[in-house]
Design a protein around this ligand. Structure first.
Ligand code: COA
Length: 430
């Protein structure tokens, strides 16, 4: 009868250890018993960037990268994108179950009521430099919200947690829109309770001189779907930061500002911007074969928006986004000529040996930038557009971490590679 365990022979001592296997993993701490002497600290595993280390048990999001599957709380992303609203998905991520009609009504109304920020937030946002990047303003402003809600420090109180999760989800669109308005020197637009989450955001972003501006419903739905697709993606870089800061029991505003800062990096939330710049550089269909050739020869950089650490198949979010792009271009009437370039790149890449052999498929970022562009959202705003919906995922993971009895303050080990002890050198001897 096979056993769910691993037998390890330490060739330094010839001792044999048996370590249990649960859920396809061994516990790192079980290695500690493997030592060569009584004063040996014990064996550790070395795993820079957590390539093969599970840092938690989680029931929020499931990804099967080989088969292109993404599910929130068990529900396939395609079905959620088709049938749910973003706030419904945010409720699902945080509470674990889809809301009933009355729960959703209450949730929507609670979120709407908290969309306003304190007037002093407006004052300090006005103080950013005239050319401040919207994502820098976003990160700074979310962190500053911590000072407005000192009671949010009581993170072990579930009621307090819930009330601040609602505030965070509610205020992100306001801060995001105001970050953009400041960066283009336009007055801030206050939230409107009567509008849906996405409509309210688009209105705060785009209302000009007419107070009657209402965003087209197709644009609102497209944005809501993009929000659903970006809501969570299990233990990615920024989520790991959210959990890590949260593990010290810092308040959720500070933890979320840290997570958003991680998202700002071009290797994480910035890839959609890189896709757009690449498409602009290629410029026309005629230049596509030459560009692909350069990518393959290693002289033209990478095909941005292709490939993924986890997905070795078509990213399921990219499929939904591709369909959405067609719908958006139809209603905005702005058929982006770069779409033709993107489609041609995809066609060639999906049949070219180089990309097929390496399992390089379009990822979420390949088409999303084109949709944002069609909605009139500038490139600098792309990481902010990602941070708004990812807030619900960060919070769901934070909530799960705080309720998990096995979690402690996150504190990895290191392999020390520095000097042994040496005596201090006085200034005149250096
Ligand atoms: N274009 C061309 N070649 C690519 C490629 C791309 N977008 N992505 C990976 N490759 C090639 C690598 O050159 C490497 O080839 P080699 O085996 O001949 O050296 C092979 O595929 C494996 O790549 P690797 O960098 O080891 O994969 P990874 O899992 O570490 O990287 C990404 C994943 C996402 C960082 C990578 O695919 C990439 O840089 N993509 C473009 C940026 C992007 O779209 N990021 C958004 C992710 S959501």
């Amino acid at each position: 009868m096979p056993k769910d365990s691993l037998t390890i022979t330490d060739n330094r001592t010839n001792k044999v250890y048996e370590v249990p296997i649960t859920d396809g993993t061994i516990r790192g701490i079980d290695l500690r018993q493997i030592r060569v002497s009584d004063d040996d600290f014990g064996l550790m595993s070395y795993d820079p960037a957590f390539i093969n280390t599970a840092s938690c048990r989680s029931s929020v999001t499931f990804i099967d990268g080989d088969n292109g599957i993404l599910r929130y709380r068990g529900y396939p992303i395609e079905q959620l994108a088709e049938q749910a609203t973003y706030l419904e998905v945010a409720y699902l991520l945080i509470h674990g179950e889809l809301p009933t009609a009355s729960q959703l009504e209450q949730w929507n109304s609670e979120v709407a009521q908290h969309t306003f920020v304190h007037e002093n937030v407006k004052s300090f946002m006005s103080g950013f430099r005239y050319d401040a990047h919207p994502m820098g303003m976003f990160v700074g402003s979310v962190g500053a919200l911590s000072t407005f809600y000192p009671e949010a420090k009581d993170v072990l109180n579930p009621e307090v947690r819930r009330s601040h999760m609602i505030r965070l989800i509610a205020k992100m669109p306001t801060i995001a829109a105001w970050s953009y308005r400041h960066s283009v020197g336009m007055p801030f637009v206050y939230p409107d309770f009567a509008l849906s989450y996405a409509a309210n955001f688009l209105t705060m972003l785009k209302r000009g001189s007419s107070p009657n501006y209402t965003p087209p419903p197709e644009a609102v739905r497209a944005l809501d779907v993009l929000f659903i697709l970006h809501a969570d993606h299990e233990q990615n870089c920024s989520t790991n930061v959210m959990r890590s800061i949260g593990s010290s029991q810092a308040d959720p505003y500070c933890a979320l500002a840290g997570a958003a800062a991680a998202l700002y990096g071009p290797l994480h939330g910035g890839a959609n911007e890189a896709v757009l710049r690449m498409l602009r550089e290629i410029g026309s269909l005629a230049n596509v074969p030459g560009f692909i050739k350069e990518v393959k020869e290693g002289t033209g950089g990478r095909l941005m928006g292709f490939g993924h650490r986890v997905y070795k198949n078509y990213d399921p979010r990219a499929k939904v986004i591709k369909r959405l792009a067609d719908q958006v271009f139809e209603v905005t009437g702005k058929k982006n000529p770069l779409l033709q370039v993107a489609l041609e790149l995809e066609k060639i890449a999906l049949s070219d040996d180089y990309f097929v052999k390496r399992k390089l498929y379009p990822n979420v970022d390949f088409y999303s930038g084109l949709i944002y562009e069609a909605l009139g959202i500038p490139v600098d705003m792309f990481p902010v557009m990602f941070a708004i919906p990812r807030t619900s995922g960060w919070l769901a993971q934070w909530e799960e971490m705080l309720a998990d009895k096995e979690q402690k303050i996150a504190r990895p080990r290191q392999i020390y590679t520095g000097y042994d002890e040496r005596p201090f050198v006085p200034m005149n001897k250096r």
